[in-house]
Write a protein of this length. Structure first.
Length: 565
């Protein structure tokens, strides 16, 4: 816990400095501590992405970042201090109950981040993706080694910039930092609600009630957490400023949406919100659009370069456009990846899936197993009853727009990634909206806050079985805190795994000795990938990943095998 707390102080320092510069570059008059920190994370991610094109995100990167930090802080010292002072004043204005909650949730978030990682994707590709970034940057054809490495989210780029791998090997907690930012924003807005009675402030103020769900994702750098938090903040600013949108409001919302898209391209529906604001205010915004257009082009350029290097497909996961390159991932492997994802989501064969109509897919989704079925049914219920509450209690055009954006996002996910964790934040938003319409009592809100703290403490400190909620044995138990984690965080992997050295052609790689699951690569030295996976593609798809040269930094290509090899 202590080491994570110290590292977060530096992350706050860096994100506030770079966020302040982002404010200046784009021309946003913003002194909100949380928003400035998010903009700083955005800028760090962009800087790290540019750096990764040319080399590793390691001590050289941090040396430059530290120098940049110091220059910014000392040059703009008085203005940056105003942001810290704004945070202090907002904290001072909290009543005793909210101050206690602030301290408690901060402690619990750091404790969870110090504990055993829970998210299974951490074992398949989070750890390895970040290692590649730290040791080599963007590597050509990395997706040929393991198709999951092709994804390389913007959030993993941000984590690679803040895991300080040259100092210590067990920092893996940027999602926890993000959740803390979200809670700070929510607590301050809830405090404002008590004086303004603005329901929009209450909706975002209820975000901490979902912490018990979010906590299982923060001991690993899950891209879901920043999407959850950014979506709530984007919705807040969209509702708050829709009627009288300034160029500042538009620029801020657009930057946050671009950041969300760079983290997870399936958040594409959020792009509708700044587009609507631009269309309705185009005449007044047109002369002032150059800074935000520049940021948009930078994001797009980095997205294309990253994907081109890692996969050979500039717009991956969209694969219609491809490069004529020897490091491109073969089409049959790409097809397997997407069909396997869909089969996993619906638990049926590919041929059966292809024969389903839209209504049959929707029914199959609704009747998924265990916890999926619970959240899917809850989502349908919330989506069905929300229009009544919007019409009766908060009949604003901005709220209706968000409702239809959510419907569109759900439709996209139904055909791409219909797992509840990819849309639960959308369900939660309108759940909190309904709560805000009916239960705006201060005592009830505080009681709900304390109940959430109690539930988190139970999940964090006591063993709980999730077997009744999931069929996945790998995530059948909760991630608990241990006394040893008070000083040092747990290893980045949930398992202590040994590795075998395996040679396939010119590729020498590390494979987990215990084949705990097909996609598992764990915390092995680079390159690390499950030999069962390599042999599967070799046997059924006649492709074998090979090194381009003897140097790993030169990347990988997929060698096509003849039927008798």
């Amino acid at each position: 816990m202590l080491l994570i707390f110290i590292s977060w102080l530096y992350i706050f320092f860096t994100s506030i400095n770079l966020g302040f510069c982002t404010n200046k570059i784009v021309g946003i008059k913003n002194q909100n501590f949380v928003i400035t920190s998010f903009l700083g994370l955005l800028s760090t991610t962009l800087f790290a992405s540019i750096w990764a094109i040319f080399g590793r995100i390691n001590i050289e990167f941090h040396s430059v970042l530290l120098i940049l930090n110091l220059i910014i802080f000392f040059k703009f010292n008085s203005e940056i201090k105003l942001i810290y002072n704004s945070f202090y004043q907002e904290f001072k204005n909290l009543n005793a109950t909210l101050k206690f909650f602030f301290a408690a949730i901060t402690t619990l978030i750091i404790a969870q981040c110090s504990s055993i990682p829970y998210v299974i994707d951490n074992e398949s590709y989070y750890i390895q993706t970040i290692k590649w970034l730290n040791e080599y940057g963007f590597v050509k054809g990395l997706g040929n080694l393991h198709i999951f490495y092709a994804q390389t989210s913007g959030w993993h780029i941000a984590q690679s910039a803040f895991n300080f791998s040259f100092l210590y090997k067990n920092f893996n907690d940027l999602s926890g930092f993000c959740l803390l930012l979200g809670n700070i924003f929510a607590i301050f807005k809830l405090n404002e609600y008590f004086s303004t009675t603005n329901k929009n402030y209450l909706i975002i103020g209820l975000l901490p009630l979902a912490n018990v769900f979010f906590f299982q994702f923060i001991s690993a750098p899950s891209p879901d957490i920043p999407i959850y938090i950014l979506t709530f903040i984007i919705f807040f600013y969209f509702i708050e400023n829709f009627k009288n949108t300034t160029i500042d409001d538009f620029n801020l919302i657009t930057l946050l949406v671009l950041f969300a898209l760079f983290i997870k391209v399936t958040s594409v529906a959020l792009l509708i919100l700044p587009i609507i604001l631009l269309i309705t205010n185009f005449k007044s915004f047109a002369p002032k659009l150059l800074p935000i257009i520049s940021f948009g082009l930078l994001f797009l350029s980095l997205f294309i370069i990253k994907n081109s290097l890692l996969t050979g497909y500039p717009l991956f996961p969209f694969t219609r456009l491809e490069l004529d390159s020897n490091h491109i991932i073969p089409r049959n492997v790409i097809s397997f990846f997407f069909s396997e994802q869909m089969r996993y989501n619906y638990f049926i064969s590919e041929s059966d899936l292809n024969q389903l109509s839209f209504s049959q897919i929707a029914i199959k989704w609704l009747l998924s197993s265990k916890i999926n079925a619970i959240f899917n049914a809850l989502t349908i219920l919330i989506v069905a009853i929300s229009p009544f509450f919007i019409f009766k209690y908060f009949n604003k055009k901005s709220v209706w727009i968000i409702y239809f954006v959510i419907l569109f996002q759900l439709l996209i996910l139904l055909f791409t990634s219909p797992q509840y964790r990819f849309f639960i934040h959308l369900t939660l938003f309108y759940s909190f909206f309904i709560f805000a319409c009916w239960f705006a009592n201060k005592k009830l809100i505080f009681a709900s806050y304390y109940l959430s703290i109690g539930l988190i403490a139970v999940v964090l400190f006591f063993p709980i079985s999730y077997k009744s909620l999931t069929e996945n044995k790998l995530i059948g138990k909760n991630s608990r805190f241990s006394a040893t984690n008070i000083l040092y965080p747990h290893n980045n992997s949930k398992w202590t795994t040994t590795f075998d050295s395996v040679q396939k052609g010119n590729l020498k790689f590390n494979s987990p000795t215990n084949n705990y699951f097909f996609w598992g690569s764990g915390n092995g030295n680079l390159p690390s990938v499950n030999k069962v996976q390599i042999e599967y593609f070799e046997k059924y798809y006649q492709v074998l990943p090979q090194q381009t040269t003897t140097d790993l930094k030169d990347g990988f290509y997929a060698k096509k095998l003849s039927s008798n090899e």
